[in-house]
Ligand binder design. Structure first.
Ligand code: SF4
Length: 435
């Protein structure tokens, strides 16, 4: 392992050279290399005869397009610096690996995906790209680059607020589920404003066409009849349930996989047909057992009414609850399966407002439909669980983490309740829900 910090690149290069020259060293982690003013630190270089294999380690679950460009830059620098690289791979977590306790089986915890061909292709454009970056940096003029999907994909650009400040129309990026081919078609046709889309020349999905009509008509779309019909199906007591999930990269509890959703806190409220309300929130207290899953479902099955509809927002959260509950042998699995309603599906099928900008996430829908303020990140739930479950964490610190989890799940729950009330209002049934 080359330990020198990034700021000490020359020193790190010196250490790397010494390790390269020592044929007994089988692999070098964090090796430092330079070529024509480009500097890289390489996650792993594995000695392979007189050559090396380049391995990029990612905490993702697969190799993504942006990883290929990353590996391409490293490959260009390494080969420019005189190394021979045989293969290039992305080492990522394997979500199929089921941890059954003891030491992690590293060969199964990770999966290596060979991307040699893609990295070689990406390496070919590095020189041209670097030349254009240098020109942009040397120029007194700001580059004339239009805003578009590249501002947020794959990462959100830090100049977003600056570049988008004068965009006073609905950009085509706001079309729901816009795919890459459609984006290319729209860019080729020079269309940036949703209102300017010619439906005869661009193929739009039904929801995208709906979004276009909302922009053109400057009015939201509501299928009140369909919403009413769906809401009529709800059975009292109507329980709204919000669950905070941690998704630890490394399995924390036996019988779990990398990034498996672990439910750590719940918040529920229910309204009876007589208007009586109940609300409760739970997470494990600071002195609870390290594995909180059994307690999670025991407390939840005591709090949830044994009948009536259970409303959650995300269908994926609903599925995760069912899965985790079945693993614990909890009746919550059957309850959510039989009585569950995913509110997002209802919203997506019967409502659109141009202010949604193509997104149906809880934050966005709550802001537009229920005028709720977006959530401030109270806590990173996965980091909190990692710390909470660590044997070295003191009970006092765990109690602080528990309080933070409660606040996080309650804030999210407020949004779900707000959206549900908003949906009733759209269907013209607010009075009934408010009773
Ligand atoms: S927001 Fe970033 S990516 Fe988008 S145009 Fe501005 S600088 Fe480029």
């Amino acid at each position: 392992l080359v330990r020198e910090a990034a700021a000490r690149h020359e020193r790190a290069e010196q250490t790397t050279r010494e390790l390269l020259g020592d044929s007994t060293v089988p692999a070098i982690c964090e090796g430092a290399f330079s070529f024509e003013d480009l500097r890289v630190r390489v996650d792993v270089l594995v000695r392979n005869g007189d050559a090396f294999d380049l391995v990029e380690v990612k905490s993702s679950t697969r190799a993504k397009p942006e990883h290929r460009s990353d590996a391409g830059v490293q490959l260009r620098v390494l080969e420019g610096a005189g190394l021979t690289i045989n293969r290039v791979g992305i080492l990522h977590l394997n979500t199929e690996y089921l941890w059954t306790g003891g030491e992690y089986d590293l060969d199964r915890l990770f999966a290596l995906q060979d991307i040699t061909a893609e990295a070689r292709e990406a390496a070919l454009v590095v020189d041209t790209n670097v030349r254009s970056f240098r020109e942009a940096l040397a120029s007194p003029q700001m580059p004339d680059v239009r805003v578009g999907a590249h501002c947020t994909r794959p990462y959100e650009c830090p100049f977003l607020a600056h570049c988008w400040r004068d965009v006073d129309y609905h950009h085509v990026c706001e079309l729901p589920m816009l795919d890459a081919a459609q984006l290319v078609d729209l860019e080729t046709a020079g269309v940036r404003d949703i209102a300017q889309i010619e439906t005869t020349s661009i193929r739009l999905s039904p929801v995208q066409e709906l979004a276009r009509r909302c922009v053109v008509n400057a009015a939201p779309y509501v299928d009140a009849e369909a919403l009413s019909a769906e809401l009529d199906e709800l059975e009292y007591p109507i329980s709204t349930l919000t669950v905070a999930f941690a998704r630890p990269a490394l399995p924390l509890f036996e019988g779990t996989r990398p990034y498996a959703p672990i439910p750590v806190a719940w918040s529920m409220s229910s309204v009876g047909v007589d208007g009586a309300e109940r609300a409760k929130t739970w997470t494990a207290p600071g002195d609870a057992d390290r594995d909180l899953r059994a307690k999670f479902f025991a407390t939840l099955s005591q709090a949830l009414p044994a009948s009536g509809t259970i409303v959650m927002y995300e269908p994926a959260d609903q599925r995760s609850v069912v899965l985790a509950a079945s693993e614990q042998g909890s009746r919550i699995a059957a309850w959510v399966e039989e009585r569950g309603l995913a509110l997002r599906r209802l919203v997506e099928s019967s409502y659109y407002d141009a202010a949604l900008a193509g997104s149906f996430t809880l934050d966005v829908v709550a802001r537009v439909l229920a005028h709720e303020r977006p959530l401030r990140a109270v806590i990173d739930v996965s980091s909190a669980l990692n710390e909470w479950a660590n044997a070295d964490t003191t009970p006092a610190r765990r109690a602080v983490l528990s309080d933070d989890l409660v606040r996080a799940v309650e804030s999210r729950h407020t949004l779900v309740v707000g959206v549900l009330a908003g949906v009733f209002a759209l269907a013209g049934s607010l009075d009934e829900f408010d009773q």
